[in-house]
Write a protein that binds this ligand. Structure first.
Ligand code: KMH
Ligand code: ZN
Length: 305
């Protein structure tokens, strides 16, 4: 009998906390914009929606649950997609602040960043020079001196929150050491199998975007977790589509969205999250891969539904 085809989970990270409104007119900011972008991505094939909120006046990232509520309600009404709420927030926030929306809404999935690191946003000052709001320049400038703090205690607090609420995690691993941190928590019995590993490539402060970096992450994850993990690829910026393509050809799931890249081609801004989902979907189908529905993704990731 033919082996059933592995179905690929597409995650779409709709707005994030890295890019700022002056960088792209297409970055969703208000609750309606975030909801519409997320619904468009789900219709195009994203089974998972990774969500952050922003202050609607300034576009500044915010973890205020009141800002999440309207778009979460609308997305749940209009799609069956899996809601994944950030606990990363922004590298500028405390972990207590970052945990607020996942604590309030008890989603099926939440992100969990697996180590402390430099998070170099300041190189974007070379590319983007005009900013409508003061916070945007400061956000990039201050990244020279900040550490994205994810101590063992921080990780334990977020794991405890998930384990209390039946929330499972998208484990964001920006470097090889983060895989070892994840293995440590698996060994301690605090992480249920299979972990959903989001390997992040191309953030300054983490592993680079070279295909060899991807291979090294995969070899290490295979050694630490055997077959017992769900692998996904997130390439930042121009690495988004090439790395997702390489990963998918090797059996990974994929993440796209304007949180991770504002682009759809060299010098060409993505007009929406949906176009990035459509692009990766076209690539996956050309590779003869099938796209997981939300129900299939729930089964693969063992979510509460
Ligand atoms: N911004 C991405 C590189 C989070 O929300 O927890 C990683 C991220 C972090 O999605
Ligand atoms: Zn995020």
């Amino acid at each position: 009998m033919a082996k059933p085809k592995q179905k690929v989970i597409i995650t779409c990270a709709v707005t994030g906390a890295i890019h700022t409104p002056s960088m792209s007119p297409h970055l969703p900011v208000t609750a309606d914009e975030i909801a519409e972008a997320a619904i468009g991505a789900a219709k195009a094939g994203a089974a998972v929606l990774h969500l952050h909120a922003r202050d609607p006046q300034t576009g500044k990232p915010s973890q205020d649950p009141a800002l999440f509520k309207p778009f979460l309600e609308r997305i749940k009404r209009e799609t069956d997609a899996i809601i994944n709420i950030t606990t990363g927030g922004s590298p500028h926030m405390t972990v207590e602040e970052r945990m607020r929306p996942a604590t309030t809404f008890k989603p099926e999935l939440a992100s969990l960043n697996m180590g402390s690191m430099n998070f170099g946003l300041y190189p974007m000052l070379g590319r983007f020079k005009e900013f409508k709001h003061d916070w945007e320049r400061e956000h990039l400038e201050n990244s020279r001196s900040l550490v994205f703090r994810n101590t063992y205690q921080d990780i334990e607090s977020i794991l405890a929150l998930g384990n209390a609420n039946g929330t499972r995690f998208e484990f964001e691993c920006y470097d090889i050491s983060h895989l070892y941190n994840l293995a440590h928590f698996v060994d301690r019995g605090l992480v249920k199998s299979p972990p959903f590993i989001q390997s992040v490539f191309g953030i300054l402060g983490g592993i680079g975007p070279h295909p060899e970096d991807l291979m090294h992450m995969k070899r290490t994850a295979d050694r630490l977790f055997g077959n017992d993990y769900e692998w996904s690829i997130l390439g930042a910026g121009r690495g988004q589509m090439p790395l997702a393509t390489i990963g998918a050809a090797m059996g990974s799931n994929v993440r796209v969205g304007l949180e991770d890249s504002l682009w759809i081609g060299p010098g060409e801004m993505a007009q929406s999250n949906q176009v990035q989902v459509e692009r990766i979907r076209t690539i996956l189908e050309a590779l003869n891969l099938e796209i997981a529905t939300p129900e299939e993704a729930r089964a693969k990731l063992d979510l509460k539904g």
